[in-house]
Design a protein around this ligand. Structure first.
Ligand SMILES: *Cc1c(COP(=O)(O)O)cnc(C)c1O
Length: 367
């Protein structure tokens, strides 16, 4: 049974995501290009997105949590899956059983993985994470020097890559970028023969010296601009269309929605849409976003409610917005980055907030 005709619609273009991956791969070549699919592929659906990327040649995927890794393993039995959150006590057996690759974030995790893999008689793979200034996860500088002094600490582990993560790659002129690059090179000099990975989406655009052996894009795959302030080199992958529930005439002086936060200074017309903050349409967009109908811009009027949005359609030609019809809430003309700008956040949060009440449609070769 489908109730699509009553829902707002979220269309996800798997071809656009695959194209974005190929573009990033080509820019970073000869480095390998992985795909970061944490948080359900940034809200777009890991079970659909990851196979579409595997189809065009991606063979290494990063997730955040062990549970995400298990979910992806069920979908893709053959690919490499790395778990960024690390090797927590009591989880090594699950990593080994499902052939997941832990990202080792401290020397205790290194020792634990070594002990477990030795016990299991496997030279099991891992990725070593060295912190160079982010101060969230990864070996601290003292731990990294201890490894450099005693490489036997890694005996019995198949270290696929040594990785670090940049704090300011989306701000190319920030001095922390050069500092992190130098610290990473110094750490790699202490770990000869190992492959290196530094760049997420934005750092891929900072030049060849940032690519090393592996790049790890997430956001750019999903159409978020990796070069803020410059034209977006990526394709948009998301189209969100809100279902029109009612179109109503409002007298001059009347307010709209909770708090009656905006009032009409002339007789007006409101279209009420079946989407709200419970769908991840951020309440911070109250009175501050745009939608589009057949090329016309319509401004939000009133606050975002849990299930409803209200747009001012006073100036639209009669008959363009009707109950059961759709208005475009996100797409090529008002992108997740545009909504993020208006909500005071980043496109990442717009995508990962996309709710579960939409009728989801996947288009493209992988759909
Ligand atoms: C999330 C994440 C990425 C991907 O970052 P984007 O900015 O989305 O490309 C890469 N590496 C690590 C360690 C991450 O946590």
């Amino acid at each position: 049974m489908t109730t699509d005709a009553a829902c707002s619609l979220l269309t996800i273009d798997l071809d656009a995501i695959a194209d974005n991956w190929r573009r990033l791969r080509d820019i970073a070549s000869p480095a390998t290009c992985a795909a970061v699919v944490k948080a359900d592929a940034y809200g777009l659906g890991i079970a659909q997105v990851a196979p579409a990327l595997a189809d065009v040649g991606c063979s290494l995927f990063f997730v955040a949590t062990l549970d995400e890794g298990l979910r992806l393993r069920a979908v893709l039995p053959q690919v490499d899956i790395a778990v960024l959150s690390g090797l927590l006590p009591g989880t090594a057996g699950i990593f080994l059983r499902d052939r997941l690759i832990p990202v080792l974030n401290d020397l205790g995790q290194v020792a634990r993985w070594r002990a477990e893999t030795t016990k299991a008689g496997q030279n099991a793979p891992a990725i070593l994470h060295i912190d160079t200034g982010m101060n969230r996860l990864g070996l601290d500088p003292q731990e990294a020097s201890r490894l450099a002094l005693d490489a036997t600490l890694l005996d019995g582990i198949d270290i696929r890559y040594v990785m670090t993560h940049m704090a300011c790659a989306d701000m190319p002129s920030d001095p922390l970028n050069a500092e992190q690059l130098e610290r990473f090179k110094a750490a790699m000099a202490g770990l000869p023969g190992l492959k290196a990975s530094l760049a997420a989406s934005s750092a891929i655009f900072l030049g060849r010296d940032h690519h090393f052996d592996l790049v790890r894009p997430g956001a750019a795959l999903y159409g978020i601009n990796p070069t803020p302030g410059k034209p977006n080199p990526m394709r948009q992958c998301v189209r969100l269309e809100g279902r029109v529930l009612q179109v109503r005439y409002v007298d001059s002086g009347e307010g709209v929605g909770y708090g009656a936060s905006r009032r009409f200074s002339r007789p007006g017309k409101i279209a009420t849409i079946a989407t709200g903050y419970a769908d991840g349409y951020l309440r911070a967009l109250s009175n501050g976003s745009l939608a589009h109908v057949a090329g016309h811009r319509i401004p939000m009027m009133g606050r975002v409610s849990m299930d409803l949005l209200t747009f001012d359609v006073t100036d639209l030609p009669e008959g363009l917005v009707l109950p059961g019809g759709l208005v475009e809430l996100l797409g090529d003309t008002y992108t997740p980055d545009d909504a993020a700008h208006d909500a005071g956040t980043i496109g990442y949060e717009i995508l990962t907030s996309l709710g579960s009440r939409y009728a989801r449609r996947y288009i493209g070769a992988g759909a």
